[in-house]
Design a protein around this ligand. Structure first.
Ligand SMILES: N/C(=N\O)NCCC[NH3+]
Ligand SMILES: [Mn+2]
Ligand SMILES: [Mn+2]
Ligand SMILES: [Mn+2]
Length: 302
């Protein structure tokens, strides 16, 4: 099978420098050879160089920061991911901040309108134009994908609201804004917080999440993994760490279980920021990122 590494060195969805270095660190840690030894034919056509929209030409739209840049990059990512999915390749998108998922999931849905999304994250990334307080678009991709914004933004008209609330399930939530909590409830979105992980165990939680969005196990799966879903002791080098996260094994179990379905069509590993912690912590975070990708692409313990 063919995997396509899509390096997305992008940080425009959030304010911290360094998350654009994620892709180069994962690739330099040997990810491509690691996937090849799993039997994947791996393409890597270099990190996508997104020509920056310079700041002057990109003033905030309302509170949204870098709005034109984020839109332009996500549109490019949607086309890239869509073209690989369309060719039956499995795009492994390495971020870069999680705003990129507006692009990756749009790409997947353009070829698999019946796809479901498993979103692994401490955060819901569900803020709308109306509910966001920060204007950082990496906290908003899911609202654009679901079409929840009341105020249409012309620059984002390209995002088709193809995703429906019954096709996304969250695992790992523990830092959800009030507005996002309301939207989760109002839209009946399946969300397994760390409370449910503690209560049921990760095995049951993954089963329940798949039962919710993929009851007959016949829908393609797009797995979008924000490394801040993991406990900061496991993945310290990330922009918005939150205590009480997934263990190393819980994170890997999710990837292993999704691989086992045989339905994975696209994988995102997001928010690795190697510049935020000391070198060892950064290295450990990068290694966890590579390890999660390997598990999602079929590495097993036995
Ligand atoms: N890492 C983040 N999302 O996954 N930060 C933005 C969310 C803060 N409400
Ligand atoms: Mn390409
Ligand atoms: Mn996220
Ligand atoms: Mn997050």
């Amino acid at each position: 099978a063919r995997g396509q590494i899509v390096g997305c060195p992008f940080s425009g969805g959030q304010p911290k420098l360094g998350v654009d270095q994620g892709p180069i660190h994962l690739v330099n840690a040997g990810l491509i050879d690691q996937l090849k030894s799993l039997g994947w034919k791996v393409n890597f056509d270099g990190h996508h160089q997104f020509e920056e929209v310079n700041a002057q030409q990109d003033p905030p739209i309302g509170v949204l920061k870098n709005p034109r840049l984020v839109s332009k990059v996500c549109k490019a990512v949607a086309d890239v991911v869509g073209s690989h999915v369309g060719r039956g390749e499995l795009p492994v998108t390495i971020g870069g901040d999680h705003s990129l998922a507006m692009g990756t999931i749009s790409g997947t849905l353009s070829h698999h309108p019946d796809a479901c999304v498993i979103w692994i994250d401490a955060h819901a990334d569900l803020n709308t134009v109306e509910t966001t307080t920060s204007g950082n678009i990496h906290g908003m991709p899911v609202s654009f994908l679901l079409g929840l914004n009341k105020t249409p933004i012309p620059e984002y008209a390209w995002v088709e609201p193809r995703l429906t609330p019954d096709r996304i399930a969250y695992i790992g939530l523990r830092d959800v804004d009030a507005g996002e909590k309301r939207l989760l409830k109002e839209n009946g979105i399946k969300a397994f917080s760390m409370h449910e992980v503690d209560k049921y165990g990760i095995g049951a939680v993954v089963e329940k999440a798949l039962d919710a969005v993929n009851p007959k196990r016949d829908r393609p799966i797009h797995l979008s993994f924000d490394v801040d879903a993991l406990d900061p002791s496991v993945a310290p080098s990330t922009g918005t760490p939150v205590r009480g996260g997934l263990t190393f094994r819980e994170g890997h179990y999710i990837c292993e279980a999704v691989h086992e379905t045989g339905l994975l069509v696209a994988f995102d590993i997001m928010e690795v920021n190697p510049s935020l912690a000391d070198a060892d912590a950064a290295k450990a975070t990068v290694a966890v990122g590579c390890s999660l990708v390997r598990s999602a692409l079929g590495e097993t313990l036995l």
